[in-house]
Design a protein. Sequence first.
Length: 145
Amino acid sequence: MIGYGKPSVYQATQVSTANKVQLVVLMYDGAIRFITEAKEKSAAGDVAGKGVAIGKAQRIIHELTNALDMRRGGEVATNLSQVYMRISRNLINANVNRKMEDLDESLESLRNLRGAWEQIMRQPNTAEPVQQSKQTVGGKIAISM
């Protein structure tokens, strides 16, 4: 199944040719996919599978948080950091306390963020591919606005 092991050639190409905003959207897509999978696993009684899917979503949220450039991102970066912390707490609660409403809240937040970033992606000044970007820090993308 695509997305659960080694990346496919298509996925590797998609990531390597994406600009910074497209990468953020792809990361939101992954987190949404894994949280949805966690809900499905939970409904099927697969506690271990739910935990694995939540763990994958948590790693994505962690990467999104680490990519924020708090110095240059200002209020936007601060607000995103707070949202990511809330999502992370919700994922922990859903995993430990089996609170599925926390998964629903996380999905809603991520879908809203994805929609906002997709609108940004449509703006003409966001077409610079990541490999040409000067805003990488230690191999990570510095997200600032």
